[in-house]
Design a protein around this ligand. Structure first.
Ligand SMILES: N[C@@H](CCC(=O)N[C@@H](CS)C(=O)NCC(=O)O)C(=O)O
Length: 216
């Protein structure tokens, strides 16, 4: 399998963490697509992913799977023993909901802030910016952090009692928050304590360096 990737990107981080959690590193080859040069908006990349975003998984038969959630679901299903996306219908529903909520309320909102209210990927790539929209999304993301803080006061992981894709999505959000210097509000102690625990997981800690050496 090949993953089109940007090693330090918050969305690619989600898939890198999933690869590590599923012990799939030896079956994956990463290929860097330079976001700051706008390589993800060029026709040959758009032919792989219409949305022009990273990461994208390419299968041996030439199938392209974009969207972190879809890629994670694919990787998790490969060994017939899902650990990230739920085993029972209830777990699957809860994990998908909480992961989507983490995108809507935090990660994607921070992404909009980055692309609209900061220099983002630079003037050659950011051809339309709307700063007011960006700042609104920043405020939405801060409220999202307060929401996940409340969730994590009730149980140890984002979707309940076990680590899942929903945790990975919130981790992606906080990685992005760190990159754009949006601090987690001081009162969000449960979220901060959970994030400190998450950063101790080898899959999270080693997500950037895992790209070398290429083993497969
Ligand atoms: N919904 C997509 C979002 C992916 C995304 O926004 N990826 C970032 C990389 S960190 C990207 O490609 N940004 C470039 C851009 O939006 O121009 C997913 O879950 O995979």
């Amino acid at each position: 399998m090949k993953i089109y990737d940007w090693p330090t990107g918050p969305y690619p981080a989600r898939v890198r963490i999933a690869v590590a959690e599923k012990n799939l590193r030896s079956r994956v080859r990463f290929e860097t697509v330079n976001l700051f040069k706008g390589e993800h908006k060029k026709p040959d990349f758009l032919a792989k992913n219409y949305s022009g975003t990273l990461p994208v998984l390419e299968l041996a038969d030439g199938t392209f799977i974009a969207e972190c959630t879809a890629i994670t679901e694919y990787l998790d299903a490969l060994d017939g023993a899902p650990t990230l996306t739920g085993k029972t219908p209830r777990e699957k529903g809860m994990i998908h909901m909480m992961s989507k909520r983490a995108e809507l309320e935090m990660l994607d909102a921070i992404s909009v802030y980055f692309h609209h209210a900061t220099p983002g990927l630079g003037p050659d790539v950011e051809i339309y910016q709307n700063a007011e929209w960006g700042f609104r999304q920043r405020d939405k993301a801060m409220n999202g952090m307060r929401y996940f803080n409340a969730v994590l006061k009730r149980h140890p992981f984002v979707a309940g009692e076990v680590f899942s894709m929903a945790d990975i999505t919130v981790i992606g959000g906080l990685i992005f928050a760190g990159l754009v210097k949006l601090p987690v509000p001081e009162e969000c102690e449960a979220l901060q304590a959970w994030y400190a625990r998450m950063q101790e997981r080898p899959s999270v800690k080693n997500r950037v360096t895992m790209s070398d050496p290429i083993e497969a």
